[in-house]
Design a protein around this ligand. Structure first.
Ligand code: SAM
Length: 287
């Protein structure tokens, strides 16, 4: 049965997820601070880390620890507090809860118990890195961390190799070189970007192919990192003959599309430059 209730109206309790800074504390939003100040309890993956963050903003509330290993029990306590009318906010150490961080089971439990969920938006390492990568950001796939186990990681990379969207990976500095080598082997030597220490004083973007990046001295790849890797290359223009393009254009025109639409669709579907498709269109259909 569908149940509808606007998040900021109605009677159901509401859990707030709070996105927190991934480096620069000035990225804590005024809205997040206002919601946190209204809360009765704050729940966090690591209450010590989050406690320091809250102390920086002069916020002092009772804490509930809710991490990967106690999400079940802590979730029950949070649900019963919310159902009894208390206001509870959940945050992770950095960025968004639930993105390569705990919180997803808590969200599901709240929804199962008729509790609404909202978020105060903020920084995400994945999106910050993607936006600055210069790689296709219209279509992307978020992988997060690869398995630390060699054979599982190779399997994961084998599956990812077929994807043509840009792929976003999280990685920790102590295995960055190994991961880049495994990526070059599993995905091929694609263009990639390491986004390091985002929003911090030593923020850096290192661009190259995977094998070039793997040759960077590991001691120079310190701190927090996101790796953005381009998707599987579309077939090159040259691999499509004029006949292939003309047949695809005919199929589009037969469907009733205008010449302009047909050129646009064929260019996107075959991965061939629009001006080349247009030339074939003029030669084949406008003479
Ligand atoms: N939930 C977080 C988010 O929304 O971005 C991600 C948490 S995940 C446990 C931690 C990983 O995020 C790090 O290993 C790194 O890959 C990435 N990360 C976090 N902060 C970063 C930063 N300032 N610069 C680059 N990568 C960062």
């Amino acid at each position: 049965m569908i149940k509808r209730e606007l998040n900021f109206e109605g009677t159901s309790p509401l859990l707030y997820l709070i996105a927190t800074p991934i480096g620069n504390l000035d990225e804590m939003t005024p809205r997040a601070l206002a919601v946190l100040k209204e809360a009765d309890y704050l729940a966090a993956e690591d209450t010590r880390n989050s406690g320091k963050l809250m102390a920086h903003f002069g916020i002092d509330k009772p804490w509930i620890s809710c991490h990967e290993h106690n999400e079940q029990e802590a979730g029950e306590r949070i649900v019963s507090l919310l159902l009894s009318g208390k206001k509870v906010c959940y945050m992770s150490d950095a960025g968004y809860p639930t993105l390569s961080d705990p919180g997803q089971r808590l969200v599901a439990k709240c929804l199962d118990n008729g509790i609404k969920v909202s978020v105060t938006s903020g920084p995400s390492a994945a999106i910050d890195a993607l936006a600055c990568s210069g790689l296709d950001s219209d279509h992307f796939y978020f992988q997060g961390f690869l398995s630390p186990k060699e054979s599982e990681r190779a399997n994961e990379l084998r599956k990812l190799a077929a994807r043509d969207e840009t792929i976003i990976f999280y990685e920790s500095p102590h295995r960055i070189t190994k991961t880049l080598v495994a990526m070059a082997a599993g995905l091929g030597d694609r263009r990639a970007v390491i986004a390091r220490e985002l929003t911090k004083a030593h923020e850096e973007f290192i661009r190259g192919t995977l094998s070039e990046l793997a040759l960077e001295p590991e001691e120079s790849l310190r701190g927090e990192m996101v790796i953005i890797v381009e998707g599987k290359a579309k077939e090159l223009d040259a691999e499509k003959s004029d006949n292939d393009i003309a047949s695809a254009l005919k199929a589009e025109l037969d469907l009733g599309h205008s010449g302009k639409e047909a050129v646009k669709n064929v260019s996107a579907n075959l991965g061939v430059a629009k001006n080349r498709v247009y030339t074939v269109y003029v030669e084949s259909f406008k003479k």
